[in-house]
Every structure is written in structure tokens, then in C-alpha cells.
Design a protein around this ligand. Structure first.
Ligand code: ADP
Ligand code: MG
Length: 699
């Protein structure tokens, strides 16, 4: 039956016809009965009350007024032409304005007739007026009552007299058709009962013309539940299919490399979270299936050591491992940290980047093939076809969001059996999003920082307080600390941004004549960049003026101040990443957000979140609320289409979890969707998802 709705052409609905059908299709993508019934109002208004004009005060929602027009006046010429009317209900008068359709409105409405006016009062030059209200002749018996939907429409539709009122009439006609009244239920009966869900036919009606707020809420819950249930069912089905297919190396034992390192080299006790995550990965890699795990951990939570210890398990089972980083600086830093640890247990490590010399490169290629080289660390250079391993057992990818899915896939093909994959990211993704976006990856979280870290103190300062800020930085330098000063740089604005950075660099040099200042930005040659970074990392330079190239990974524990210039131009997760560059040593660290004086409310809120919390997950949740999940780092490449109609991943986390559990339980009792009901669900899944990107393309 549901499919019938999808096949019924909208032009045959009472009140539509070919012309309106064309408009609805072009402007709103509504081509069938199904499209219209699922075109839900974006807002609801209460039409059970009629307000008085003398009650209008402050910011009011859409309200109803009952009264008469006193005068109509067409004023202005050309584009400025408009129709002004005065409307009274005996308690006062209000101005009503139309900017288009002046002629037809003047011909339709009359003075003296009693109308019901519906619109939003706004204050204009100290008077309230209502622009483009809905107007109906008032008849007590037909006056709209209760909650009514308001539809999102385009200018073009409004010009062709398709208003919210029209939509309400069309939907009213649609609701009366047998196709809607007898629409087939899509969810399993048992879940309807268990979760007390409103049946589909009722929910569709209540989404448009709710009988009460309570009914509207139940209808919305049901529609969100349905949407997320099928999304989760699809993901789980995909994961299951994939797990059946994906064979992996069995790393059955933990041997000398791991044990020697753990017992004799590791200089500090692992945190509980680090231990748990390592256990999870041992379990994965021992299972005979390919590991595909996302490791999330806030900046400074100690992911590198976890990655290294995981590679040791691969080595203990006779396999090689590689670690891939998004930038040369990061790869080099990993190489330094890891080769130092590895040398103590006799493990061979090499670094391969774009600037590795030819002779060294050839040696690496040859030693990889012979198996002499055990761990290879590098940048994108790793995935080039010439790089062939003897037996690659594990690939670690650091700072995942810089790598595309296609690049990850290239690593797979280095063996006939794909290596285990560990993807690490410091951009925490809220759990509900992770389980949906990275449906194909298992997720581990390091939710604990190593002991003794002092939370970074974050403060906001206006440009006019710059002197005080420099004074503060000077104090830190005198205590032997180092400071970062970061400038925004975006491509569209590159020239101006670079100039601001260079000017900043000069001012900083003048302000701190007795200290050395290094500078790094993305437009420098790699060698120069490395040289400047190295000056700072080795403490020869005291201040690093930079763009966000330092955002990921760089570790200089002695740095205690992060100044972010034009902080209002950065996104939340970027600010959090930058802040993570300090607070890595034992000393109190500071993050100073420099902004201009005037900020929008949203920007102010964003920056205040930074001053209130150091918790990356909270920052990420806020970020998701502000930007919506589609814009989160990492989701663009996930391949998941975020075209949810009613549910919102940021706000409906609980329903995501609920539907995940219910979909899992359903699959537990009908794993292949083979029962008659299961088959029906499967067919429904296909109608929903077949048009969207194929899941098998993801990683
Ligand atoms: P991230 O997760 O940001 O990559 P790193 O792996 O760079 O973090 O670790 C940050 C710092 O914390 C490093 O200097 C590392 O040696 C140190 N560290 C990691 N784990 C622990 C621990 N359990 N106890 C103390 N220090 C640790
Ligand atoms: Mg790191």
C-alpha cells in the first residue's frame, strides 16, 4: 500500500492539477502523494486562541486576529510598490503590509467584511505591523482550531498563490484519501506495542493536523523512530554482511616485543582507558576477522603509545606494521618518538615521506620486501604502489579526518588478505554520530587523560587588551616557557591572511626583542617549514607564529601559552585542537582567544564553550548542535547521506540509541530478514536506501 502512495501522481489530488503539480515538483520536489504526505510542517501554531490587537507586545509568535480592514493604500513605485492596510478589532488598529500581489489582494479583500488574520507581528519604526498575513473570511463554524502546520514554501510558490493555507487544504484532501487512511504499517507490530508507537496512518495525519500537542509529540516520536530504526537496521545489516566477508590475519599470541616493552621500557603506567583499548584490539586481531577500529581520544590522551603497542602485537605474530600520518611534521615526530622506544627492544623502524632521499627510499623498499624492516612510518608516500611489504599485518592511520576513504582502501590492497586497520582521531565524535557515520568501524574511546595534567585555562580577550596579553606572554617566556601565536588562514582570503600573519610576526619580533621567533605556514617549502618547527621544538626559538598547520599532533610539552588571533574565525573543533597543543607538560597552561569587539551571539556562545570546558566530547557535542552533523569533521568523507527528514542526530541521541538496540534485537531473532515480516522490512529498506550511495563503497 505504501508503494501505492509513491506511485500516485500529485496532479491527480483534488485541488492540484497539472500546473500546480509542476510547481510543487520544481519548487519542493513533491511529485507523488507520498512526497506530499511526508512534506511535514516545519513549525506549528496554535489556532485555538484569537488575540486582541491591544495585547500585542514584545516578540510574539504567529497569532490570530479577528476584525475588519478600514483602509487600503497602494504606495511606492516599481520595486518599492506595496499595499498598506489598516486592520481593527475594536481594541486597536494594526498595519498590514503586502509587498507583492498588490493588485489581486486589493481586488480580493474588502473593508467591512469580518476576517480572521493570521501572521507574525513585528515592530517597524515603533509600530507593530504584520507582513503577508493569511486572510480568511471569518465564519465561526469553519474557523481553524487547534494546532496547525506551517510549511516551508518558496517565494515563487507564494507568488502563485500556493500559501501555507493552500498546503493545509491540499494535505486535508490527501488525508481523506483511502491511500493514506489505509497506508500499510512499516514497523514490526511487536515494536509498536513495546515502544507504544503511534500507528503510521495516524502519525501521518497528526504530523500535519495534530489533535493536540500530546498527539503531535507522539506522531513526531513515531516518525523519528521509524526513520532511525531503518537507518540502524541498514547499518547493522551492512556490518553483518561485511563481517561475514572480511577474513583477517589471526594474531593469536602476545610475545617478546610486546612483553619486553611493557615490562622493561614503558616509563609510566598506562591509564585504565589505554589498557582497555589495547585489550579491545587484541581481541579483534585474535578473532580471525579483519579489525576495523576507530580509536577516539582527546588531544594528549596518549594514543601514540597505544598505536605503538598495537604494532608490537603484529610484530610478535610475524607481521609488519605501518603508521600513516597526515603531515610530514607529524610523521617525523612519530618516527622520533617511536624509533627511540623501538630501538630499546631491537625493533627496526624507518621513516618514508615525500622528502626521503632516493637512496634511502630504495633501501626502505628493499628492506620492506625482505621483511627486515618491521615498522614503517610515513605520510601519503606510504600508499604509493612502489611501496610493497613482505607481509603487512596492521595499518595505523593517525588523524583520520585528513585521509579520504579511497586512500584508506588503497592500504587494503597491499596484501591479498587485508591488514587490520586502526584509525585514530582526536576529533571526538559524539557516540550517536559515530555509531551512525562510522557504522562500519568499531569504536574505542580513550576517555581518560594521563594523571597530573592540569586543565588548560582558557580566556577571551578583545584586541584592545593586546598589550596585557603580550605582557602575560612575556611573563611565561621569562619562566622558561614557550608560546604559540596562531593566525587564521583560509584559501579564499589567502593573500590578506598571509599578510596579517607576516605583520603579526614582525610585531611579535619587535615586542620580544630578546627572544627568538619562528614562523610556519602552509605556503612554505617543506624543508623551511621543518626547519622552523625544529627551532621551536628544540627550544632554540621561544615563540612560534603559525597558521593552523600546527593543529594536529605536534608535541612540544614546554609550550604553555596558545594565543589564537581572530579566534572568531575558527570552528569549535579547530579551537579545541589548537588548545590541545598546550597543557602537555606539568605546568599550568593557557589558551588566549583574541577577538574583535563585536561578535554575533552564536560566535560568542562558541567561544564561551571553550572557556567553560576542556572536555573534547562536550566541545564536539556543542559543535554538532551549532553546525549540524553534516558539517562535522570527518562526516563528509563517510559517504553517509544525511538526508534525515524528522530526526536530528544532534538532538535525538536517545532515539538513535533506542533504535540501534531495537534493530539489533530484531536481527538477533531474524538475522537474515527471512520471516515474512522480515522480508517486508527488507523490501522497505531497499525502497529507502537504494537511491542513496551504496554502503559497500565506504572504506
Ligand atoms: P595524543 O593522544 O594527542 O596523540 P600523545 O600520544 O602524543 O597524545 O601523548 C601525549 C603525551 O602523553 C606524550 O608525551 C606521552 O608520552 C604521554 N603519555 C601517554 N600516555 C601516558 C600515561 N599513561 N601516563 C603518562 N604520560 C603518558
Ligand atoms: Mg597524536
Amino acid at each position: 500500500m505504501n508503494n501505492d502512495l509513491r506511485r500516485m501522481d500529485i496532479q491527480y489530488l483534488t485541488g492540484v492539477g497539472p500546473k500546480r503539480a509542476e510547481l510543487l515538483r520544481k519548487e519542493l520536489g513533491i511529485a507523488t502523494f507520498h512526497d506530499l504526505i511526508y512534506y511535514f510542517p516545519f513549525r506549528y501554531v496554535d489556532r485555538s486562541t484569537i488575540h486582541h490587537i491591544n495585547e500585542i507586545d514584545g516578540d510574539m509568535p504567529y497569532i490570530q486576529l479577528r476584525g475588519r480592514f478600514v483602509t487600503f493604500n497602494a504606495v511606492g513605485e516599481g520595486a518599492k510598490r506595496r499595499l498598506q492596510a489598516l486592520f481593527t478589532d475594536g481594541t486597536g488598529t494594526i498595519e498590514v503590509v503586502w509587498f507583492n500581489r498588490v493588485r489581486s489582494i486589493q481586488e480580493t479583500y474588502r473593508t467591512g467584511v469580518e476576517y480572521l488574520l493570521f501572521g507574525k507581528p513585528s515592530l517597524f519604526q515603533n509600530h507593530y505591523n504584520i507582513v503577508h498575513p493569511e486572510v480568511d473570511v471569518y465564519k465561526p463554524e469553519t474557523a481553524p482550531q487547534g494546532l496547525q502546520g506551517v510549511y516551508s514554501l518558496t517565494e515563487k510558490l507564494l507568488n502563485r498563490q500556493i500559501t501555507t493555507r493552500t498546503m493545509q487544504r491540499l494535505v486535508g484532501n490527501l488525508i481523506k484519501t483511502p491511500a493514506v487512511q489505509q497506508v500499510a504499517e512499516t514497523l514490526p507490530r511487536q515494536l509498536l506495542a513495546q515502544r507504544n508507537l503511534m500507528p503510521l496512518s495516524q502519525a501521518l495525519v497528526n504530523m500535519h493536523t495534530p489533535a493536540s500537542i500530546r498527539d503531535l509529540q507522539r506522531a513526531q516520536f513515531r516518525m523519528k523512530y521509524e526513520e532511525l530504526f531503518f537507518l540502524q537496521l541498514n547499518i547493522l545489516k551492512y556490518i553483518k554482511g561485511r563481517e561475514e566477508r572480511r577474513v583477517g590475519f589471526v594474531f593469536a599470541h602476545v610475545g617478546d616485543c610486546f612483553n619486553n616493552f611493557y615490562n622493561h621500557v614503558l616509563a609510566f603506567p598506562l591509564t585504565g582507558a589505554q589498557k582497555r583499548v589495547i585489550r579491545e584490539m587484541r581481541c579483534d586481531m585474535g578473532s580471525g576477522r579483519q579489525m576495523n577500529r576507530l580509536l577516539q581520544g582527546d588531544v594528549g590522551s596518549g594514543k601514540t603509545i597505544v598505536a605503538f603497542m598495537t604494532t608490537l602485537i603484529a610484530l610478535d605474530n610475524g607481521y609488519q606494521a605501518c603508521i600513516m600520518a597526515p603531515t610530514e611534521i607529524l610523521a617525523t615526530q612519530h618516527h622520533e618518538t617511536i624509533s627511540e622506544m623501538a630501538s630499546k627492544i631491537g625493533v627496526s623502524v624507518a621513516l618514508l615521506t615525500g622528502s626521503t632521499r632516493k637512496s634511502e627510499r630504495e633501501r626502505i623498499h628493499q628492506q620492506l620486501l625482505s621483511g627486515e624492516l618491521q615498522i614503517l612510518i610515513g605520510t601519503h608516500a606510504l600508499i604509493e604502489d612502489v611501496v610493497q611489504f613482505r607481509n603487512l599485518g596492521l595499518a595505523v592511520i593517525d588523524e583520520q579526518h585528513r585521509f579520504g576513504v579511497a586512500q584508506r582502501a588503497k592500504l587494503w590492497r597491499k596484501n591479498s588478505t587485508p591488514p587490520h586497520v586502526l584509525v585514530m582521531t582526536a576529533t571526538p565524535i559524539p557516540r550517536t554520530l559515530a555509531m551512525t557515520v562510522y557504522g562500519d568501524l568499531d569504536v574505542s574511546v580513550i576517555d581518560e587523560l594521563p594523571p597530573g595534567r592540569k586543565p588548560v585555562t582558557t580566556i577571551m580577550r578583545y584586541d584592545k587588551d593586546r598589550e596585557a596579553m603580550y605582557h602575560f606572554v612575556g611573563q611565561q617566556l621569562r619562566q622558561g616557557r614557550q608560546a604559540y601565536i596562531v593566525y587564521p588562514l583560509i584559501e579564499e582570503n589567502e593573500k590578506l591572511d598571509l599578510r596579517a600573519l607576516e605583520e603579526g610576526f614582525e610585531i611579535v619580533q619587535e615586542t620580544f626583542p630578546s627572544y627568538r621567533v619562528a614562523m610556519v605556514h602552509g605556503r612554505m617549502k617543506p624543508a623551511e617549514k621543518d626547519h622552523q618547527m625544529e627551532l621551536f621544538a628544540s627550544h632554540q626559538a621561544h615563540i612560534l607564529v603559525a597558521t593552523t598547520v600546527i593543529e594536529v599532533g605536534v608535541n612540544v610539552p614546554n609550550a604553555s601559552v596558545m594565543v589564537i588571533e581572530n579566534a572568531e574565525r575558527f570552528g569549535l573543533s579547530q579551537l579545541h585542537q589548537l588548545r590541545g597543543r598546550v597543557g602537555r607538560g606539568a605546568d599550568q597552561s593557557y589558551c588566549i582567544l583574541m577577538t574583535k569587539y563585536q561578535l554575533s551571539a552564536e560566535t560568542r556562545h562558541r567561544l564561551e564553550v571553550m572557556t567553560q570546558t576542556n572536555d573534547g566530547f562536550r566541545v564536539a557535542e556543542e559543535d554538532m548542535k551549532l553546525r549540524g552533523p553534516g558539517d562535522m569533521d570527518g562526516t563528509q568523507q563517510s559517504g553517509v547521506a544525511f538526508n534525515l527528514r524528522v530526526a536530528n542526530l544532534a538532538q535525538d541521541g536517545q532515539i538513535v540509541q533506542l533504535t540501534r538496540d531495537d534493530a539489533q534485537a530484531y536481527l538477533d531473532h531474524d538475522p537474515d530478514l527471512a520471516t515474512p515480516e522480515g522480508q517486508q522490512l527488507d523490501r522497505h529498506l531497499r525502497t529507502i536506501f537504494d537511491k542513496q550511495q551504496s554502503w559497500s563503497e565506504i572504506s
